[in-house]
Design a protein around this ligand. Structure first.
Ligand code: 5GP
Length: 207
């Protein structure tokens, strides 16, 4: 890894605007934001997706999930798990969703994160969500309703990945990365101590 890439809030906004153009044809009906990096992009995307359907359309509901890559917690097996295993900090509560009449079965569901690095997190999110929805649909006798998953990230790092996403997702355009980078560290604005300096560095890099 050489240079750090400074991404400004305006960059994030514009990447979401670009991404929404790719995503709108799939008509996303629910957004699942992977926290914390997916939260701000998800909120911005919602505005552009709504606008593309006309301002009188309903807001797309956003659900939050919390996933974290395993970090050394002092256990014996950490070397096998570190950077590969996901810890589920927060997941969808399907019974609460049902109470609030948010039905995910048969919907077009957009999963949002900020960066696809080793792909471990996105692989986990997509495969677990698919598994849970298949089980729920089966239980409710609605196995014939097709739920479609889409993925949006601001940045995809062009590097060997530790995990895959479904081949049909990749081939049908249901994986949208607004920007492809090398294997560099990306500094996002929401992590900045000094946002003015961060923005200055981001603007200077563009010159
Ligand atoms: P994964 O390796 O599973 O694709 O990414 C795991 C997580 O690591 C990401 O969701 C993100 O929070 C963090 N991450 C990976 N690369 C970067 C990066 O370049 N910048 C920042 N800020 N976070 C990163």
């Amino acid at each position: 890894m050489s240079e750090k890439i400074y991404v400004t809030y305006n960059d994030v906004h514009k990447l979401c605007q670009e991404g929404a153009k790719e995503l709108e044809k799939f008509n996303p009906e629910v957004i699942i934001a992977i926290g914390g990096g997916g939260f701000i992009p998800a909120r911005i995307l919602r505005t552009f997706l709504k606008r593309s359907r006309g301002d009188r359309s309903k807001n797309i509901p956003i659900q939050a999930v919390g996933l974290s890559l395993y970090e050394d917690m002092g256990t014996d097996d950490y070397e096998e798990k570190i950077g590969k295993e996901i810890i589920r900090m927060q997941w969808l509560d399907f019974s609460a969703l049902n109470e609030h009449k948010l039905d995910l079965i048969g919907k077009n569901i957009l999963i949002v994160d900020e960066v696809d690095d080793t792909r471990t997190t996105l692989h986990y999110a997509v495969s677990e969500l698919q598994k849970d929805l298949d089980a729920l649909a089966e239980k409710l006798g609605r196995g014939d309703e097709k739920t479609t998953l889409l993925v949006f990230v601001l940045h995809n790092k062009d590097k060997p990945k530790n995990a895959e996403l479904p081949a049909d997702m990749m081939s049908s355009g249901r994986y949208v990365a607004a920007c492809t980078t090398g294997d560099e560290w990306i500094a996002y604005p929401w992590e900045a101590d000094n946002i003015d300096e961060h923005t200055r560095l981001g603007l200077a890099q563009k010159k």
